[in-house]
Design a protein around this ligand. Sequence first.
Ligand SMILES: Nc1ncnc2c1ncn2[C@@H]1O[C@H](COP(=O)(O)OP(=O)(O)OP(=O)(O)O)[C@@H](O)[C@H]1O
Ligand SMILES: [Mg+2]
Length: 436
Amino acid sequence: MEYTLMHKNLPVAQIEIDEETGSISKIIEIFREEHLPVGTVYTDSNPWSAYPSLRAASCLSSGHTMHHETKAQRMALNHWWTGRSIPASRSGIREALDELGVYDTTLLLTHCMGLSLSDHYWIRPANSDVKWEDVNFFTNDFSDDVGDVLFGAPKKQIGFDYSSPDNTSDGNLKKRWKIIGGKRCLLKDGIKPYRQQPFNELIATKIMERLGIAHVPYTVIWEDGKPYSVCEDFVTTDTELVSAWRMTQLRPKANHENTYLHFVNICKESGVPDVTAALDRMLVLDYLIANEDRHLNNFGLLRSVDTLEWIGFAPIFDSGTSLGHNTATAQLGSYDAVCKPFKKTHGEQLKLVSDYSWIDFAKLDGIEDEIRELLSDERAQELIDEERKNAIITGITNRIHQLHGIAMTHTPRPDFSSQENDVEEDVAEDYGMKFE
Ligand SMILES: Nc1ncnc2c1ncn2[C@@H]1O[C@H](COP(=O)(O)OP(=O)(O)OP(=O)(O)O)[C@@H](O)[C@H]1O
Ligand SMILES: [Mg+2]
């Protein structure tokens, strides 16, 4: 079926979507190349041009000769489009799809016109003149039906309404958008047995509050005896989130660049302000909380939707897969935390920080008591007992001391050209069935 890919009210491209797979089968015409999603514009030097199946100057498709460029452009756009669907690795998604009677999450995209609460792209059926104002989820209500099923409810038999930003939400944790007190909020589950992620989001929030790091504030709510983290949508009707991963799709990494420099240089080339200072803050936070899942879709940039001007680094979100969330309590003092997105160890990654002078360590005084208080809820204690709570707090205290020592004695001299211990592949933590 034919659609117009829209950016708010601006037609960007005319496309065809295959009803059977939900993917883009054809790009009919591109109207506004500069408004295509970041990293999907085909150029001779973008990663799509090096795609193995596209190396030949031209290739055959459905009996017609299709030019390398045309196919690469479609692949790039299709990769973005299908990546907009709920990942197959989302906790509980198989059961939810069975309940909905849909075999692939990509098929849910057309049910909500591809609308999201993180950006302003959507697809308008050809010959429709519906306006952004009438359909977007930022200012229009949306249905709870898909979110209910994602959270384990049976599918409503009558009047099921698919219009929901849950069809386009990323990430592996069970989650849903909900309008609470007029605000669009993202509710996220934790993983058994400790269900620690929601509390970790809260602890990260408190650390960032104290250190003055721009962040998305999280709180914890309880529903049916389970804790969920809640945060408000930080994207507005004028701004949108572009993930770091999308930025890295603008061009391949040069031989002299490590993973860090690749991202920073692309930001500089694109005119994004103050990226190094913001990265310093993110890397310091991730060191303190031993974050294990800061992959390239777990941070990003904000831009103006209308002018496409870069605003800067997005506030820090998704810091929950940290503090040894699924490590047995007895091992919390000695486990090796996985590190992303730039280096394989937190010690190595910290060496990428350019400046420590902004850290006011006095602001972290008393953080232990604050965390103890946050975890003192009776229901929280059933999940995170006294021994675990102490181990989490000791871990944070030790890392604060280590960081303080480094900041006092070391002048930062990051070696941006070293590719030693670089993270080669950007992969999100897959919680799999074992923790569900
Ligand atoms: N407050 C928010 N406002 C707008 N978009 C958001 C917000 N929080 C998250 N998102 C978007 O939703 C995606 C999924 O959210 P999040 O990263 O918190 O989920 P997750 O399941 O913890 O992810 P992961 O698979 O990395 O563990 C993010 O990558 C981001 O694109
Ligand atoms: Mg995430």
